[in-house]
Design a protein around this ligand. Structure first.
Ligand code: IMP
Ligand code: MG
Length: 185
C-alpha cells in the first residue's frame, strides 16, 4: 500500500511545484478548535452570532470552525474577489454576492481565510459596519502581517509566512482548495 504523504496528496491534486507543508491537518484542527472555543466564550449569554464567510477561500475553515462553536449561530456568505488568477493582490475588491440576511443588531463574525494586503477587509468592513451590527469582529485563519490593520482581526489562527499558500480552502487559480493541509507553492 502506498502511504498518503502530503507530498503525494499534493502531487495527485496536480501541484507539480509543491514546496512544503506549512500547516498539517492536525495543526489546523487543533488551532481551529481553540478559536472556536474562544468565540464560544466571547459573547454574552445565549445571544446568537452570525458567522459570515468570505467565499470562496473560507469555506473549509468555516465548516470546521462552526462545528467547534458551542452557542446559537447562523451562517451566511459573502463573495468578494480581489485576486484574479495571479499570485499578487490586484488591490481592487468587488462584492460579487451580498446576502439578504439582515445584519442590523446582530453579532457578526466575518470569517476570512487569509489576510494578505488587507484590501479585502478594509473594503468590506465599512460596508458591513454601515448596516448597524450589534458587533462586528473578524476571524482570520491566517495573517501574513504585511500590513497593520485598523482594527486588526480579533481572532487569528496563525501568523503566516510570506509564501503563496494553498489548500484547506486556499487556491491558486482555483486549484488545490481541497488539500486537507496548507502548503506553499
Ligand atoms: P487581501 O485583500 O490582499 O488581504 O487578500 C485577501 C484574499 O486574497 C484572501 O481571502 C485570499 O483569497 C487571497 N490570498 C491572499 N494570499 C493568498 C495566498 O497566499 N494563497 C492563496 N490565496 C491568497
Ligand atoms: Mg482566493
Amino acid at each position: 500500500m502506498t502511504t498518503k504523504t502530503p507530498e503525494r496528496v499534493a502531487r495527485l491534486a496536480g501541484a507539480t511545484d509543491f514546496r512544503r507543508v506549512v500547516y498539517s491537518e492536525e495543526e489546523l484542527q487543533r488551532r481551529v478548535g481553540e478559536m472556536g472555543a474562544e468565540i464560544s466564550d466571547h459573547y454574552p449569554n445565549d445571544e446568537p452570532i452570525l458567522v459570515l464567510g468570505l467565499l470562496k477561500g473560507s469555506f473549509i475553515f468555516l465548516a470546521d470552525l462552526v462545528r467547534t462553536i458551542q452557542r446559537p449561530l447562523q451562517v451566511d456568505f459573502l463573495v468578494a474577489s480581489s485576486y484574479g488568477t495571479g499570485m499578487v493582490s490586484s488591490g481592487k475588491v468587488q462584492l460579487l454576492y451580498d446576502p439578504d440576511t439582515s445584519i442590523e443588531g446582530r453579532h457578526v463574525v466575518l470569517v476570512e481565510d487569509i489576510v494578505d494586503s488587507g484590501n479585502t477587509l478594509q473594503r468590506i468592513l465599512p460596508v458591513l459596519e454601515e448596516r448597524g451590527p450589534a458587533s462586528l469582529e473578524v476571524c482570520a485563519l491566517l495573517h501574513k502581517r504585511l500590513v497593520k490593520l485598523d482594527p486588526e482581526p480579533r481572532w487569528v489562527g496563525f501568523n503566516a509566512p510570506s509564501e503563496f499558500l494553498v489548500g484547506y480552502g486556499l487556491d491558486h487559480a482555483e486549484d488545490f482548495r481541497h488539500l486537507p493541509f496548507i502548503g506553499s507553492l
